[in-house]
Design a protein around this ligand. Structure first.
Ligand code: SF4
Length: 115
């Protein structure tokens, strides 16, 4: 009997700022992911982006609910988008509670996407 062992693809999601999403279609995040650059550079070609959603607006109320939802379909890593990280551009006043919603679900966080 032949045994085939396939490596399970890493499954990732991106949470981004709802305010910034009014002016950004998310192309920077997707370009970086598709080319495996910046904060996505360590992923192999089998890595799957399974979700890409905004926080729902201050106070990031949507994150807890959607993290619960994607946890059911298996997710390994959640990126917090670069627009949430740049202090010269946007200071998210709720980033600690957003982080907590993700880490409490037992999911690894990577801080950043494309810049
Ligand atoms: S909670 Fe943070 S990430 Fe969400 S809209 Fe407000 S500033 Fe942006």
């Amino acid at each position: 009997m032949k045994i085939i062992t396939e490596k399970k693809p890493i499954r990732i999601a991106v949470v981004r700022c709802d305010i910034v999403s009014e002016v950004c279609p998310g192309t920077g995040c997707f370009m970086a992911f598709n080319k495996r650059k910046m904060y996505f550079k360590d992923y192999d070609e089998n890595t799957e982006m399974i979700a890409f959603f905004t926080c729902g607006g201050c106070s990031g109320r949507r994150v807890y609910r959607l993290i619960k939802s994607i946890k059911k379909i298996d997710v390994d890593v959640v990126h917090l988008s670069s627009c949430m990280q740049r202090r010269d551009y946007q200071i998210c006043p709720n980033i600690d509670s957003i982080r907590k919603a993700i880490t409490d679900a037992g999911i690894k966080i990577i801080e950043g996407t494309h810049h």
